[in-house]
Ligand binder design. Sequence first.
Ligand code: UTP
Length: 404
Amino acid sequence: MQIEKELEARGQSHLLRWQGELNDAQRGRLNRQIEEIDWDILESIQTPESLQWGDIRPITGLSLAQTEENRAEYFSAGKSALQAGKLVAVLLAGGQGTRLGSSAPKGVYDIGVTRPLYIFEQLIENLKTVCKSCETTVPLLIMTSEKNDGETRAFFEEHGYFGYPKAYVRFFVQAMAPCVDLHGKILLEAKDRLAVSPNGNGGWYQSLKRAGLHRDPLLAHAEWFNVFAVDNVLQHIADPVFLGATILSGRKSGAKVVRKTRPEEKVGVLCLEDGLPSVIEYYEISERLANLRGEDGNLVYSYGVILNYLFHAETLEKIASAKIPVHAAKKKIPYLNDRGETVLPETENGYKFETLILDLIKLMGSCLPCEVEREKEFAPIKNKTGVDSVDSARELLKKNGVKL
Ligand code: UTP
């Protein structure tokens, strides 16, 4: 009764239209899904057209040369923090990897040539290198989604965590968001199931807390979270130099950035917006800002983010209840039509909702951009071939001495 009223008030009564055909278990499952809907997400939606930007300015950061000059000092500060258990690494692996075209979790993708080499494996190797050089073990949290959690855990088990101590690894599942049609009606995937998708990577901290991990003894000394994407196989995780530099800067977050070389390059850029750190996505930046050059001839907005961030834990906790924008993306979403048939649409028929981690940076209040060498640290795998693909990542891995 309660559910019926709620849905009626929100114009979503159609979700119960197949109730008469469901058995108790199915009805229970649908009701649970409906009860878990985060209605807020449907009410704080932003589309690129509705975005209002504040006053945009360049942000100061550490250049490669500055990092080099202070490397020993940063390394030492970072290493001490790592050894004291102050850093927790968070691997974001809840995405659907639609561009790669595999329904399996992205991390289980084999990028090897003469031997199997899985994306997860390469990331663990990168982390093991740091642990060895700093003589410590870094806690690793892996965020999955309902769609890939079982498979991801089983994969790590099957491969013995690629030699990483299992006691230092935890998994947690991110929340899902309902998908709607072009008129805002929530779609059904089956008579007893809503169409849902992972709610984006911006909710990682809430999901971590929902799983109770903030109370886990493994996080007892956590002061910093290093959050990174699954798809960059050259990812430097728990980088002591990055950590040390960020701690010593006094800023509340840090972002690894690569220098944008071309105005049209598809990376978000870090800047200041009304005095706060902010990331403008490549599809949101105006042509004027993207092309703006300084007296030295270089692009003014050239700090391209590579989804490797540091977050100060205490600050994160303070902003945990703040609302972060929800982004709507038009997608082709399979759904159940009025006749109860499953439709696989050929054109975009609805919206998926996501919160983005880059929106957290602004809430953190300050951020240190740390420039890194693209060729050494940025090999994203988004597509099967071409730009940011398995092929391009293989080339870069080879250049960095990884045997494929
Ligand atoms: P992307 O934005 O590249 O999305 O994610 P994706 O889902 O992996 O790939 P496409 O767009 O469908 O092809 C960047 C990082 O954020 C994680 C991804 O796993 C990746 O590490 N992510 C994304 C999540 O953990 N949850 C999400 O809901 C979305």
